[in-house]
Design a protein. Structure first.
Length: 561
C-alpha cells in the first residue's frame, strides 16, 4: 500500500480545523473508498508536512526531510486482543512462573499461533520478531530474545504444565462435573524422537511414525489438560490413567466422563464398576461388534424390532442404559461397509468351495478349519447358511437377514450408567454428541488454526512442551469464539451481512490488525509513535474482548523511558 499525507477536516466548537495525517487509501468492507489514518503531523510546520508528502509521492529526496522519516505502521489490533484474552484467562500470569528469559519466547509463540498461524520454524519466527507488531504487544520495551531460548523454553514450559493446568482449571467461570475426552495422532518427519512410533494413523500418512495426543475438556469444550503418548498407544489404554490423574491433580471426586466407543470399551466400562470409581459415571457408545453381539443375544433388550427412525427408544439392562440414536449421514456409509464385508466373506466362501470341488481339500476337519478361519472374520456369519461334510461344501446368502439388517444402517447406541434423574434421554444424546467439541479442538490444533504440524523437535520434553503450547493457544481461540459469537456470521468469505460481521475468527484478527495500528515517524533520530483513531467497529470488538484501551493499557503499549 502507498502511504500519503492527507488533511482531515474536523469540526469543533463551531469551527472547522484541518489536521495532516500520514495514512493510506483503501476500500472498506462496504466497498466504499476510505482513508486509514496512521500518524498525525499536527505538531510539524506546514513546509515540513508538504516535504513529507512530496517524498511519499516519490518526489524530492529523503535528505530534504532534514532527518525526518516515516518508518511505517504496525498493525497490532489482532495481537493486542489475543494478548488481552490470554490475560483474562490467566495465561499471562501462569507464564510468569517461568524464568524471565523464557516468558517472552513462550508468549510470542502462543500469540503468534493464535493470530497468524503458519507452519514456520522457531528460527523464522525469531528472525521476524524485531520491530514486529507481535513483539511490540508481547514485549513493548523490546526485551531481547536469544534463538536458543525459543527451543529451551518448551522444556521449561513442560516442567510447569501440571501446575499451569491446575491453576487454569480453577480459574474457570463455570464449573460442572461433565468432562469430554478424546485422542488423536500427529505424524513425524524423521524417527529420532523416542515417542515417535508406528501405530493407528488418523492422518492417513502411511509409513510415518507418530505420537498420540489425549485432550480433556469441560462440557463446553474448554481445554483443561493435554497429554502426549507414544505413537503405538491404543485409545482405551489412556482412559483409566486420565481419570486417575483428574481425581488426583484436579481434586475431582464426582464426574461424568464422556468418551467415544474406541476408548470407553466394555473392558474400561467394567473397570469403572469397581468400588473405588463409584462416583465416576460414563457416557459412551457401543462398538459395532458389541452392537451385533447384543442383537444376537435373545436375553438382551436390544433387538432389531426396536430400530425405528421416528421413535428412538431407550432400554435398560442390568443397570446400564442403552439409547438408540440415528445419524442420517452415516446410513449410506454403514450400508456400504456392511455390503463390502459381506462380499469379502462371500469371496472366501467361494474360494473354499472351489478347493473342495477341485479335490484340494477333502477331509471334513480340513474344510472346517478353513471355514472357521474366514466365516466370521468380519462378523458376517449371520448372513450365510453353510453346509459341509467330507468332500462336500455349499453355502447360500441369507437375503432375508441381510435385508433386516439394512434397518440398522445409520443407527448407533449410546450407553451410560448415569441415572435418568440426572440426565434424561434427550440430554444423554446431547452430551454424547458434545464430543464433537474435542474433535473441533483437534481440527483447529492440527490444521485450520494452530498448525501443530510439522513437529520439528526430537527431544520428548520439547515435543510435549510444543503440544502444551498449542493447547494454550487453542484456549485463547476457544474463548475468542465465545466472545465474538455474535459477529462471526458463518457465511463464506465476502458474504458477511454487516460491516462488523466476519465469516471466521481469522478474518477478525486480520481486520483488527488493519483497524488498530501504531504509526512511526523518526525526527532527528527520535521516533514518534501514535495509535491511529479507532473506528466504531474496532471499538466494538475491543469492548467485546475486554481489550478497550484504558489509560493503564496505553501506558503498557507506549512505555516511557
Amino acid at each position: 500500500m502507498k502511504h500519503v499525507v492527507k488533511w482531515i477536516k474536523q469540526r469543533k466548537a463551531g469551527k472547522t480545523y484541518s489536521q495532516p495525517w500520514i495514512g493510506y487509501n483503501y476500500r472498506n468492507q462496504n466497498g466504499t473508498p476510505d482513508f486509514k489514518r496512521l500518524i498525525s503531523l499536527k505538531d510539524l510546520a506546514r513546509e515540513q508536512v508538504e516535504m513529507i508528502d512530496t517524498v511519499l509521492h516519490g518526489g524530492g529526496d529523503l535528505a530534504d526531510l532534514k532527518n525526518m522519516e516515516f518508518t511505517g505502521a504496525l498493525g497490532i489490533g489482532g495481537f493486542w486482543v489475543a494478548y488481552c484474552i490470554a490475560d483474562q484467562l490467566g495465561i499471562i500470569d501462569q507464564i510468569s512462573k517461568l524464568e524471565e528469559k523464557y516468558q517472552y519466547p513462550v508468549l510470542c509463540m502462543i500469540i503468534d499461533r493464535v493470530v497468524q498461524p503458519l507452519p514456520h520454524s522457531k528460527l523464522s519466527l525469531w528472525e521476524s520478531l524485531p520491530d514486529s507488531a507481535l513483539f511490540r504487544v508481547v514485549a513493548p520495551r523490546g526485551e531481547k530474545i536469544q534463538l536458543h531460548e525459543m527451543y529451551q523454553c518448551l522444556e521449561a514450559l513442560y516442567d510447569i504444565q501440571t501446575d499451569v493446568q491446575k491453576s487454569l482449571y480453577n480459574n474457570r467461570d463455570t464449573v460442572d462435573s461433565m468432562y469430554l475426552y478424546d485422542i488423536t495422532s500427529s505424524y513425524f518427519e524423521g524417527d529420532s524422537c523416542p515417542l515417535a512410533q508406528f501405530g493407528y494413523n488418523r492422518d492417513g500418512k502411511k509409513g510415518k511414525v507418530q505420537i498420540v495426543i489425549g485432550l480433556l475438556t469441560d462440557s463446553e469444550g474448554r481445554p483443561i489438560a493435554i497429554e502426549v503418548f507414544s505413537g503405538n498407544t491404543s485409545d482405551q489404554t489412556t482412559v483409566m490413567n486420565k481419570i486417575d490423574t483428574m481425581r488426583r491433580e484436579f481434586k475431582i471426586n464426582e464426574m461424568i466422563f464422556v468418551g467415544d466407543r474406541g476408548m470407553l470399551t466394555a473392558a474400561r466400562r467394567n473397570d469403572l464398576q469397581e468400588a473405588e470409581y463409584e462416583a465416576v459415571k460414563y457416557i459412551s457408545a457401543l462398538t459395532r461388534r458389541e452392537f451385533f453381539e447384543f442383537l444376537d443375544d435373545q436375553d438382551h433388550p436390544l433387538q432389531l424390532t426396536l430400530f425405528d427412525k421416528k421413535n428412538l427408544v431407550e432400554v435398560s439392562h442390568e443397570g446400564v442404559r442403552y439409547v438408540l440414536s440415528f445419524n442420517p449421514d452415516k446410513e449410506l456409509e454403514d450400508r456400504q461397509v456392511r455390503l463390502r464385508l459381506i462380499a469379502k466373506t462371500q469371496e472366501k466362501l467361494e474360494m473354499i468351495q472351489r478347493n473342495v470341488e477341485n479335490g484340494n481339500w477333502k477331509e471334513e476337519k480340513v474344510i472346517a478349519k478353513k471355514l472357521h478361519a474366514w466365516i466370521n472374520k468380519w462378523r458376517m456369519a449371520r448372513f450365510f447358511t453353510v453346509e459341509y461334510s467330507k468332500g462336500r461344501f455349499s453355502f447360500s446368502r441369507n437375503e432375508e437377514i441381510i435385508e433386516k439388517y439394512e434397518a440398522i444402517d445409520g443407527f448407533y447406541v449410546i450407553t451410560s450408567d448415569v441415572v435418568e434423574e440426572v440426565l434424561d434421554t434427550a440430554n444423554l444424546r446431547f452430551r454424547y454428541k458434545s464430543l464433537i467439541q474435542v474433535e473441533q479442538a483437534f481440527r483447529s490444533m492440527k490444521t485450520t488454526e494452530l498448525f501443530i504440524l510439522p513437529i520439528r523437535h526430537w527431544n520428548p520434553e520439547r515435543v510435549k512442551g510444543h503440544i502444551f503450547l498449542c493447547m494454550l493457544s487453542y484456549l485463547i481461540i476457544w474463548k475468542a469464539r465465545k466472545l465474538f459469537a455474535g459477529i462471526i456470521s458463518g457465511e463464506p468469505a465476502g458474504e458477511a451481512t454487516k460491516q462488523t460481521d466476519c465469516h471466521s475468527l481469522r478474518i477478525i484478527w486480520e481486520r483488527l490488525n488493519q483497524w488498530m495500528q501504531i504509526g512511526k515517524l523518526k525526527i532527528n533520530g527520535e521516533t514518534k509513535e501514535q495509535l491511529n483513531p479507532l473506528t466504531n467497529e474496532a471499538k466494538k470488538i475491543l469492548e467485546l474482548a475486554g481489550a478497550s484501551l484504558t489509560k493503564k493499557r496505553k501506558e503498557y503499549l507506549f512505555p516511557v523511558g
